[in-house]
Design a protein around this ligand. Structure first.
Ligand SMILES: Cc1ncc(COP(=O)(O)O)c(C=O)c1O
Length: 477
């Protein structure tokens, strides 16, 4: 059997693998379309469009090394908090390879150690409420576990999130991913989608807009946004909120109001910190900026320093109390694997020793200032929002609600990303048509940050050209 797969632009991911190291066996052009005869690897459709392949052969620090000799700044890799081949991570993994194979049912000293270190390092100061941790493999899995645990505890089925959210594509996390193009099914290139059914009734709450550029003039307060949610939450098992997706970032007032409303409704509040947790927000967790504390926190992505696939569900003391006298009938063979546990311990050590959180906070100011200045110069930019080392640049163009990725046409955001490659950086899109995001390794220097922002600046000319064409077309109609 032979697979013909679309070669997607590897710079387009709000998720993980942005550039694949797969072997490209050949290129074929048919009726103007580039198709690639590949190995037996079935790939994800990260975005619509048809772009030249990039093949990564190595990396170091904040750089990818490509097969053709180029070195590109890795500008949007939420899974790679410490960049590529951080020596402490490499050493930790090397040592961990020399350990026994234990499944989640076995007690493993390294797992106990990672749990203790996570709680005593990242949750330092949170002792009043933090209870216990369970490890797993991906952010999607962590969210599925947290959501199904909430259903079991409350004996309710419905679940709530905010609009434009992404919580993963596994189990219940897939149902709670409400960006229209991320449904876990099939986008048909000639138009249309084959979507799997949701696994639970999904309630969608309004989202705040705290953009530093392009926020609506009369942005309502959190209380106004959430004025009518009591009815929406009344039968929900959980309310899950993340702090980046769709370019919607942390808003302390919104968080506190939502926490209150969820508690009043008996809905378990899950903070999805898969992207923001473990340092990217400039503190260990985004939720720490406000008064309220979640019932459950989910972590993933950077937690293993990019060196292992690992995630976690952290529950409050109150949830631990509710679990007494019960066993959580949920199991995964490779969860808590010795290599993943070693990666967590090493990551926590590096973040502390290298004072990564202060560095992120300092760079947040650099990104905010420069992005504002860039936005003002590029008429195609509609909105800029962000926190720490995660920033979204949203472009003028079709409404995100109408985007289903069911086309071969290259979205404008992908064209910006392609143009940015010329200036030496890989910039991701969220899979949305008009949205780009920056999430470089937390070890990026100020000079490298300016290079990355310069590449974005260069890439945005592609969006300006498109914007100009659209305005001209509108003027003649
Ligand atoms: C907020 C959020 N939650 C959960 C996930 C899922 O994580 P993973 O892709 O590791 O399963 C993602 C992935 O992008 C995410 O952005």
């Amino acid at each position: 059997m032979r697979f013909w797969l679309w070669e997607r632009c590897r710079v387009n991911s709000n998720v993980v693998c942005m550039i694949s190291t797969r072997t490209v066996l050949g290129l074929v052009r048919r009726t103007g379309e580039r198709k690639i005869s590949m190995s037996k690897l079935l790939r994800t459709g990260l975005n619509a469009g048809d772009s030249a392949p990039l093949t990564v052969v190595g990396g170091e620090g904040v750089y990818f090394h490509l097969e053709d000799g180029r070195r590109l700044i890795d500008g949007s890799n939420t899974g790679g908090g410490l960049g590529h081949r951080h020596p402490a991570m490499v050493e930790a993994i090397r040592r961990a390879a020399d350990t026994p194979v234990v499944n989640e049912g076995w007690t493993w000293i390294g797992r106990e150690k990672a749990a203790d270190e996570l709680i005593s390092t990242a949750f330092k100061g949170e002792e009043d409420w933090v209870g216990a941790v369970r490890f797993c493999i991906s952010g999607s899995e962590a969210n599925d576990m947290a959501l199904s645990l909430s259903q079991a505890l409350t004996q309710r089925t419905a679940l709530a999130t905010r609009e434009r959210a992404y919580h993963g594509l596994v189990g219940l996390s897939r149902s709670m991913t409400v960006q229209p193009h991320w449904h876990g099914g099939l986008a048909v290139h000639a138009g249309g989608s084959h979507r799997p059914a949701a696994m639970a009734p999904v309630r969608i709450l309004p989202a705040p807009d705290g953009a530093i550029y392009g926020a609506p003039q009369n942005n309502p307060s959190a209380k106004q946004y959430l004025a009518d949610v009591a009815g929406t939450l009344s039968d929900t098992a959980a309310t899950i909120i993340d702090y980046t997706q769709g370019g919607i970032y942390y808003d302390g007032e919104y968080q506190d109001e939502l926490a209150l409303r969820a508690r009043e409704a008996g809905s378990i509040w899950i903070a999805d910190e898969v992207v923001t947790g473990a340092g990217r927000a400039g503190r260990w967790f985004a939720f720490q900026g406000a008064e309220s504390r979640p019932d459950i926190v989910t972590l993933g992505k950077s937690l293993g320093g990019g060196a292992a696939a690992v995630a976690a569900v952290v529950v409050s003391k109150a949830i631990v109390e509710q679990l007494k006298g019960k066993s959580w009938q949920n199991y995964g063979t490779l969860r808590g694997h010795p290599i993943s546990m070693a990666a967590i311990s090493a990551y926590l050590r590096v973040v502390t020793d290298e004072d990564i959180l202060s560095r992120v906070r300092q760079l947040e100011g650099v990104f905010a200032r420069r992005l504002l200045e860039i936005a003002r110069r590029h008429p195609s930019v509609k909105r800029v929002a962000g926190q720490g080392l995660h920033w979204t640049i949203e472009l003028h163009g079709p409404d995100w609600r109408l985007w289903n990725a069911d086309t071969d046409e290259e979205p404008v955001a992908s064209r910006v990303a392609l143009r940015a490659l010329e200036a030496g950086a890989v910039i991701g899109t969220s899979g949305e048509q008009t949205s780009l995001f920056l999430a470089p390794p937390l070890i990026i220097s100020e000079d490298e940050s300016h290079q990355l922002l310069g590449a974005l600046d260069h890439g945005l000319h592609a969006a300006d050209e498109e914007h100009e064409r659209t305005l001209r077309r509108a003027a003649v109609q």
